[in-house]
Design a protein around this ligand. Structure first.
Ligand code: BES
Ligand code: MN
Ligand code: ZN
Length: 511
């Protein structure tokens, strides 16, 4: 894990592999951002001109490397684009800073230490740069270069993540700076752990293995944990989770994580879809649609990471995390299209398509979570391809049974740097799920498939409980190239929104 230090040392004397400076896009060319004045001075005030000569413009995410000025202990300067110069008297936004820090950290993989001189106008900026750098430095390579014949090659040209980030100008004695940096470390480390879980191949991360990881982490952080295995699930009547897991040799689990604070006034429940692999089941997905389906536990990974981060931050709120874990596979014991499942809530569901499995495991977890009568439930799920079609692959959809709460979740996402958008739950779509045989079918109209799934879930939320549903199918897994602080593969989306919601609930600012 990348280490973070706060430092008031001068850039020139720092023993580091690189000094990171910010460069913004001005009307007449690149402009050196605040924080890098001393570095600019060492170039005789000509850094902007040098960068322009090198072709830099200050555009977001642009990285330009140049030799450090003479007299500097570090050999390299890395100029990272921040995008447009802020409006008069304004400062750079948190998300601009996160993305720039992330792009710089990515460009420095393979290096040991980098000193960041990005603009730190306030404690929020300290937190943003720290978070961006730690998230950008992420890499997943535990499955690479382990063959004995590969070892030497790996040692020579391996690109380990940037090992140490020093924030210049952030003061460890300033309580606000220190708190912002500590928060960034806890959130980024847990978010990166969620990414690891998402990136783990499904032959190594089945429901049992995921539950074991959760159990170990819970123990480490004083979180109470209960794991229901397939026998306990059968005894408890969890027909949804069992029905989805029925085709797999790997048995399903329901994990309950309870973080409690003696000062809590609110109780939140987070519910995560944890399909460790989604083949589609008997309604098998065709090739081309199943290669990345190890990411179908991203919701559970986000819930897990958020609960652990909340515990590490000691937030004054009670949080129950529910991980609904199953592997969706076809086999002689698999649930068939046409089967009827009796769910935990007692309702029956006709399974018309075994690939609409997420809503089945979530339905059981939502009904169970409702028994505690939490102040609000938020579920997170890679639920529908339809949501991906609607919002693209960087934005998640927010549905809710309460307009005010949906807005609060949207605001929390925005503040966290997670693109999200509110979606409706039109009641006319409910009748498409009418079943001749059971209380409801797990499929409805094709158009608005993301909203249909949301309406299905709504039926399993306890009476009078405030609830929101995040469909993260788009942004959960980045199949394109890395950008900003987002790597290829598992992204850890929704972790920061959940942590922000927990903070708001703790401070009494969440309704
Ligand atoms: N896990 C998928 C949704 C998904 C698609 C996530 C693409 C990430 C990327 C989900 O279980 C699924 O298969 N949904 C079906 C539902 C349909 C059968 C009603 C879908 O969206 O096609
Ligand atoms: Mn599916
Ligand atoms: Zn799925």
């Amino acid at each position: 894990m990348t280490a973070l230090t706060l430092s008031t040392a001068a850039a020139s004397g720092l023993r580091a592999d690189a000094i990171v400076v910010g460069v913004a896009k001005g009307a007449k060319g690149p402009v050196v951002a605040p924080g890098a004045e001393a570095v600019d001075k060492a170039y005789d005030g000509k850094l902007a001109g040098v960068l322009e000569t090198l072709g830099a413009s200050g555009a977001e995410g642009e990285v330009t490397k140049l030799p450090a000025p003479s007299g500097f202990k570090a050999p390299l300067v890395v100029a990272v684009g921040l995008g447009a110069v802020p409006e008069k008297d304004g400062s750079f936004g948190a998300e601009e800073l996160r993305r720039a820090a992330g792009a710089a950290a990515r460009a420095l993989s393979g290096s040991k230490k980098a000193a960041f001189t990005l603009p730190l106008a306030d404690a929020a900026a300290v937190g943003a740069v720290a978070e961006g750098a730690l998230l950008g430095a992420y890499s997943f390579d535990v499955y690479k270069g382990n063959a004995p014949s590969d070892k030497a090659a790996k040692a020579k040209n391996g690109k380990a993540p940037l090992a140490e980030v020093a924030l210049l100008g952030a003061k460890s004695r300033d309580r606000a700076h220190k708190a912002a940096a500590d928060r960034a470390v806890a959130v980024a480390e847990e978010l990166n752990r969620a990414r690891d879980l998402i990136n783990m191949p499904p032959n190594d991360l089945d429901p049992e293995a995921f539950a074991a990881v959760a159990q170990a982490a819970a123990k480490e952080h004083g979180i109470k944990v209960t794991v229901l295995d397939e026998k306990a699930l059968a005894k408890g009547g969890y027909g949804g989770i069992l029905g989805v897991g029925a085709g797999s040799a790997a048995t399903p689990r329901l994990v309950q994580l309870s973080y409690t604070s003696s000062k809590a006034k609110k109780h939140l429940a987070f519910v995560g879809k944890g399909i460790t692999y989604d083949s589609g089941g008997i309604s098998l997905k065709p090739a081309g649609h199943n290669e990345t389906m190890k990411c179908d536990m991203s919701g559970a990974a986000a819930v897990f990471a958020a609960v652990v981060a909340a515990a590490r931050l000691g937030l004054e709120v009670n949080i129950t995390g529910w991980l609904a874990l199953a592997e969706n596979m076809p086999s002689g014991s698999a649930t068939r299209p046409g089967d009827v499942l009796r769910m935990y809530s007692g309702k029956t569901v006709e399974v018309l398509n075994t690939d609409a499995e997420g809503r089945l495991v979530l339905a059981d977890a939502l009904a169970k979570a409702s028994e505690d009568k939490p102040d609000a439930i938020v579920d997170v799920a890679t639920l529908t391809g339809a949501m991906m079609l609607a919002l693209g692959n960087r934005t998640f959809g927010i549905m809710a049974n309460d307009d005010t709460f949906r807005s609060a979740v949207h605001e929390a996402a925005e503040e966290s740097g997670e693109p999200a958008w509110p979606m409706p739950l039109p009641s006319h779509l409910r009748k498409g799920m009418d079943s001749p045989t059971a209380d409801i079918a797990n499929m409805g109209e094709r158009y608005g498939g993301g909203l249909v799934a949301g309406l299905f879930l709504k039926e399993f939320v306890g009476e009078g409980i405030t609830w929101a549903h995040l469909d993260i199918a788009g942004p959960a897994f980045n199949e394109g190239g890395p950008f900003g602080y987002t790597p290829k593969g598992g992204t850890g989306t929704a972790v920061r929104t959940l942590v922000r919601l927990a903070e708001l609930a703790a401070s009494g600012d969440l309704g």
